[in-house]
Design a protein around this ligand. Structure first.
Ligand SMILES: *Cc1c(COP(=O)(O)O)cnc(C)c1O
Length: 372
C-alpha cells in the first residue's frame, strides 16, 4: 500500500441526515460531483441516496456511471452537456440544466421530440456569479417560453450564491431577491433552489424548496464562519475521509544538510527525515512541505522540503521510535491528534474542498460501513 483513502460511509449517511434535518422542510439534494468530492462517486451516491431527494453531478458521464451502477435516484446534471450527448442524457433519465434560449434549447427540444418524451429541465439563472445561467433580468420571459415548450418539463429553477460563506455580506440577499423576482411567475410544483452547504447553514431564508449540499455531507465545513455559527447550535458534522500513507525510508542528516529538489529545507540540528511514497501526482500539493503537518505514532510532524511528483518528506526527529513501515496520517486521527482536510488545505494555501476533490480516482479507497 502506497497510500490509502479510508471512507466512513456511515458517517457520510449521518451527515446527510443532519443536513436534511437542518434544511427541512426544504429537501436535500446531495452533490456528488468531482468523484463524490474525492470520496468515490458510486459508494458516496449509494450511501447518500436514501437520505436525499436527488443527487447532483456536474458531468453527464458521472450520471451515466451512476445509472450503470444501478443507482435509480433522481439525478440533476448541473453542468453543460454537449449536444452530441443529449440522446444519452435523455436515455439515462436525468434532469439537465438549461439556461440558453437559442441553439442549445432547440437541440434539447429536438432530442425530446425524436425520443417521444419530454426532457426534465432545471432552469439556471445567473444572479451574480457570472458563471452559468441566463441573466436574471431575462429570466421571466425565458422561463415563460420554457414552460410553454411541450418538449420541456420544467421541474426546477435554480441559481448559485457567490458569497454565502460569511454573514457580513448583503450580496446573498441581493441574489436571493433577484432569484425570487425572476421566478415569481413559475407555477408550483416547480422547485426553487439556490443554497449550497454554506447558505443552508448561515442563511435559512435561502433554503426555499431544496438545498444543494456538497461539502458538508463529507464532514468538511465550507468556511470557518459556518463552523463557528453552527457548532454551538449543535450541528455535528463527522469527518468521513482519512488519508494515510507509510514511511518508506529514513535518512539521518547532519546539521547543514539539505532535503529534496531546490534544497528548500536545511537541517538546523541532526535530523531524522522520512521519505513518503506519495507526491503531487497523488494529490499532495507541491507546497505542502512549507507548513503542513502529518501524524506519526500520534505525534504531529512537519512535512518538509518540496513535494515531488511521487514522493515527499517529513521530519520525524521528534518521534524517536519511528521506523519504515509506520503509518503517516495526512488527514484523519492518530491517537489524540486529528488533522482535517481544512487544516491541510489551509497549510497549502487552499481549502479542504480542493484537497479532497483532487485525490486521484486511481488511489485505492477502503470503504467502511456497519451495514456492509
Ligand atoms: C458544487 C455545487 C454545490 C455544492 O456546494 P457545496 O459548497 O459543496 O455545498 C451546489 N450547487 C452548485 C451549482 C455547485 O456547483
Amino acid at each position: 500500500m502506497i497510500a490509502e483513502i479510508g471512507v466512513d460511509l456511515d458517517a457520510l449517511a449521518r451527515n446527510a441526515q443532519a443536513l436534511a434535518r437542518l434544511a427541512s422542510p426544504a429537501r436535500l439534494s446531495a452533490v456528488v460531483k468531482a468523484n463524490g468530492y474525492g470520496h468515490g462517486l458510486v459508494p458516496a451516491a449509494r450511501a447518500l441516496a436514501p437520505h436525499a431527494a436527488r443527487l447532483c453531478v456536474y458531468e453527464l458521464d458521472e450520471a451515466v456511471t451512476l445509472r450503470d451502477a444501478g443507482v435509480r435516484a433522481p439525478i440533476l446534471v448541473l453542468g453543460p452537456i454537449v449536444a452530441a450527448d443529449l440522446e444519452v442524457a435523455h436515455a439515462a433519465e436525468v434532469a439537465i440544466t438549461l439556461w440558453d434560449e437559442h441553439l442549445y434549447a432547440r437541440q434539447v427540444a429536438s432530442v425530446a421530440r425524436r425520443r417521444h418524451r419530454p426532457f426534465t429541465v432545471h432552469a439556471k439563472i445567473d444572479t451574480g456569479v457570472a458563471r452559468l445561467g441566463m441573466p436574471y433580468a431575462n429570466a421571466p420571459a425565458v422561463l415563460e417560453r420554457y414552460t410553454a415548450t411541450p418538449e420541456f418539463v420544467v421541474a426546477g429553477a435554480f441559481s448559485h450564491l457567490a458569497a454565502a460563506e460569511e454573514l457580513d455580506s448583503n450580496f446573498t440577499h441581493d441574489q436571493l431577491h433577484r432569484f425570487l423576482t425572476a421566478t415569481r411567475a413559475l407555477p408550483p410544483p416547480v422547485e426553487r433552489h439556490i443554497a449550497a452547504t454554506a447558505a443552508a447553514m448561515l442563511w435559512p431564508e435561502t433554503r426555499l424548496d431544496s438545498v444543494r449540499c456538497g461539502i458538508g455531507l463529507y464532514g468538511i465545513w465550507p468556511s470557518a464562519e459556518t463552523e463557528a455559527v453552527m457548532r454551538p447550535r449543535g450541528l455535528m458534522l463527522e469527518p468521513v475521509l482519512a488519508w494515510r500513507t507509510r514511511i518508506v525510508a529514513l535518512h539521518e542528516l547532519a546539521a547543514g544538510e539539505t532535503v529534496g529538489y531546490g534544497r528548500t529545507w536545511t537541517a538546523r540540528r541532526p535530523s531524522r527525515i522520512a521519505t513518503l511514497p506519495i507526491g503531487y501526482a497523488e494529490g499532495l500539493p507541491r507546497n505542502a512541505g512549507e507548513r503542513a503537518q502529518a501524524l506519526v505514532r500520534g505525534v504531529r510532524v512537519p512535512l518538509i522540503g518540496r513535494v515531488c511528483m511521487d514522493m515527499a518528506f517529513a521530519d520525524v526527529t521528534d518521534v524517536p521510535g519511528a521506523v519504515p513501515g509506520d503509518a503517516l496520517t495526512l488527514i484523519g486521527s492518530d491517537g489524540a491528534e486529528t488533522i482535517t482536510a481544512d487544516e491541510l488545505g489551509a497549510a497549502c494555501d487552499t481549502i479542504g474542498y480542493e484537497i479532497v476533490a483532487r485525490l486521484p480516482a486511481h488511489a485505492p479507497r477502503v470503504y467502511s460501513s456497519g451495514a456492509a
